[in-house]
Write a protein that binds this ligand. Structure first.
Ligand code: GAR
Length: 189
């Protein structure tokens, strides 16, 4: 069984969707670690409830990114992690982790990249008035939402649709799409 680490900073609904898919046997992997850069984030509570170990840290306690990524790397190696899935981890990955897990870090982003990278992608798409947006799963490189695209799913925005409605539909897509793509990636490994 391949071993997954999920990196998240906030609510963790994608983490939950991945764990739920795993429990249903739709994702043949073990979520063996959660890494969170925000103590008190809801995802930490979710991990505890699922009895999944978490490594929670405050970046401000470290002088450099390399320092906290060394700590993360130690955890990943100890837990023998095969693949890292970023799920709302709002921080760039540095060379320490990129080199150690080359081609083995993926991210989900709530837009059709390369459109609307960065924060509040759904809001950005809404304000731009686009008629089609969606979800992208891609490999992670040193940039912000820039690595090679693995899969995308489009969503048509209805005339006059509210931001809340678009957000809800994007999240629904994410929760089904991420576990499915992770399963495909793990099968190829
Ligand atoms: C998700 O919509 C994810 O695509 C987005 O953060 C949200 C996390 O939600 N990620 C990015 O914007 C990455 N640039 P969650 O904590 O409920 O899974």
């Amino acid at each position: 069984m391949k071993r997954l680490a999920i990196f998240a900073s906030g609510n963790g609904t994608n983490f939950q969707a991945i764990v739920d898919a795993m429990k249903k046997g739709e994702l043949q992997a073990e979520v063996a670690l959660v890494v969170c850069d925000r103590p008190g984030a809801k995802v930490v509570e979710r991990a505890e409830k699922e009895q999944i170990p978490s490594f929670v840290f405050s970046p401000k306690d470290y002088a450099t990114k390399a320092e906290f990524e060394e700590k993360i790397l130690h955890q990943l190696q100890e837990k023998q992690i095969d693949l890292i899935a970023l799920a709302g981890y709002m921080r760039l990955i540095g060379p320490t982790l990129l080199h150690a897990y080359e081609g083995k870090i993926v991210n989900i982003h709530p837009s059709l990249l390369p459109a609307f990278p960065g924060k509040d992608a759904i809001g950005q798409a809404y304000r731009a008035g686009v008629k089609v947006t969606g979800v992208t799963i891609h490999y992670v490189d040193e940039g912000m939402d820039t690595g090679p695209i693995i899969a995308q799913k489009a969503l048509e925005i209805a005339d006059g649709e509210s931001l809340e409605s678009i957000e809800e539909r994007i999240h629904q897509i994410e929760h089904a799409f991420y576990p499915k793509v992770l399963q495909q990636l793990l099968q190829q490994m």
